[in-house]
Structures are given as structure tokens and as C-alpha cells.
Write a protein that binds this ligand. Structure first.
Ligand SMILES: [Zn+2]
Length: 251
């Protein structure tokens, strides 16, 4: 039964992920509801159902559009697979618990944001506002202990990141600041701080590696959103364990 349900959550993540790809690509252009059917971004040919099967279509078409033969970015199937794995892992980690709902909501927001940030270097306000409302509702129904932890978390995310932006003059942008605020609202201050620490650490390691390999240059900034998202996911799953380990090791 557990295996079957894990598979179910994997397929749910892949399928929703396919939809989140479209949302992440279209929201920054204001195109979300303009054209209902998906189309090739290069030749604008409307895609048939068999070209829209998550992950599978990409591999069957060898990563090319069937009409203009333009290469389709491998970001999209990769993101579908990652969301599938994260959904399945969330079920495995939390079981049928309110935490599972929180995890799936966060993963959904993260997927959309990563797509937008990688494609346009934008974390769309519309997406952040939508999920702010969702997380406020969630935290009214399932309050943190104490309940105002969400409010403090959001404030720390906003003010803390603003200070870093001022001090570092760049590196992070307004979108990153608002994303940290939403994570603080959803997870509270402690897990926000874990997210922050992990995002900075992973961001630094990856940036230095990419600079060293000559894949990026100092002048061309890379989007920070994916690092925040990675930190947020690790914090969601292992934040409490990390905090416990840190407190018992150093205090
Ligand atoms: Zn095409």
C-alpha cells in the first residue's frame, strides 16, 4: 500500500509539475489565461495531448519540438521529475499528516518560482501573493506554536534580507526578499533561519564552483531563487533535526 501511495504521489507531482511549468513560464508575461492550450514557445504550434504527457513526450520526441524541431529546454522535464520525487518523498517523510499538505503547497510554489527565476530572473509577485494567502489560511487552521511565529517569521524574512541587500549591494533582489518572507510565514522563524543558512551555503559553493569552471562570470549574476528553494526544501524535511543537532552540539 505504501509503495502504491508513494507511486501515486510521484505521479501527482509529475502531473502538477507539468502544469506548474506552464504557470512559471506564462505568469511573468501575463499570458496565463490568454491561450488555454499549451504551445511551442518557438513556432507557437498548439500542442496535442500526446505532446503534453509529462516527461514521456520529451523523451519520445528526443527533446525536440515535433514541428519546428527546435530544442526544448531540459529544465521542464527535469523539474517534472524533481517535483514527482519531492512529492513522493514528502509522503514517505510525513505520511498522511497536515505537514504533508504544507509540504506539497510549498513544493508547488517552489516549482513555479524556480521555472520563472531560471527563465526570466524574476520571482513573480502574483505567485508570491497567491501563496501568501494560501499560507495565511493554512496557518490560521494549523497555527505555529506560538501562533505569532508566522508573523515574526515573515518580518524576519523581509527585514533580514533587506539588510543583506543593502549591505551586499546586490547578490539578492527584491523577489528573493519576498520569497524569504513567505517561507517565514509558512515555516516560522527557526526554519526560516535554517533555510537562509542553507541557501547561502549552497549558493556560495555552487557559485564558486561555476566561477572556477568558467561557466559563469562575475558580471552575469545567476538567479538566487533555486538556492532559496533548495534551502527551503531541506529545512522543511530536516530543519528540526538540524536545529536539535546544532543546539546539542554547541550549547
Ligand atoms: Zn516548435
Amino acid at each position: 500500500m505504501t509503495t502504491l501511495l508513494t507511486l501515486y504521489f510521484y505521479l501527482l507531482g509529475v502531473t502538477l509539475g507539468s502544469f506548474y511549468n506552464v504557470v512559471g513560464l506564462r505568469v511573468p508575461n501575463g499570458e496565463l489565461f490568454k491561450q488555454e492550450r499549451s504551445y511551442c514557445p518557438n513556432c507557437h504550434h498548439t500542442l496535442s495531448w500526446y505532446e503534453l504527457i509529462p516527461v514521456l513526450s520529451f523523451f519520445i520526441q528526443k527533446g525536440l519540438c515535433r514541428h519546428c524541431h527546435q530544442r526544448i529546454s531540459s529544465i521542464y522535464p527535469s523539474m517534472e521529475i524533481l517535483s514527482g520525487l519531492a512529492f513522493a518523498f514528502s509522503y514517505w517523510r510525513f505520511g498522511f499528516d497536515l505537514h504533508l499538505i504544507l509540504a506539497l503547497l510549498l513544493l508547488s510554489m517552489f516549482h513555479i518560482i524556480v521555472v520563472s527565476d531560471l527563465r526570466y530572473m524574476i520571482i513573480p509577485n502574483k505567485v508570491l501573493i497567491f501563496f501568501t494567502v494560501i499560507f495565511i489560511i493554512y496557518r490560521v487552521i494549523v497555527p505555529l506554536e506560538p501562533w505569532w511565529g508566522s508573523v515574526v517569521g515573515a518580518m524576519v524574512g523581509l527585514i533580514g534580507t533587506a539588510l543583506i541587500i543593502i549591505v551586499s549591494r546586490g547578490g539578492m533582489g527584491g523577489g528573493d526578499m519576498k520569497l524569504f518572507a513567505v517561507i517565514g510565514l509558512a515555516l516560522g522563524t527557526k526554519l526560516l533561519l535554517v533555510t537562509f543558512f542553507l541557501a547561502s551555503l549552497i549558493g556560495a559553493v555552487v557559485s564558486i564552483t561555476l566561477l572556477g569552471l568558467g561557466i559563469i562570470t562575475r558580471k552575469k549574476p545567476i538567479p538566487f531563487g533555486p538556492f532559496i528553494v533548495t534551502g527551503g526544501i531541506l529545512s522543511l524535511y530536516y530543519g528540526p533535526v538540524l536545529i536539535k543537532w546544532y543546539v546539542t552540539s554547541f550549547f
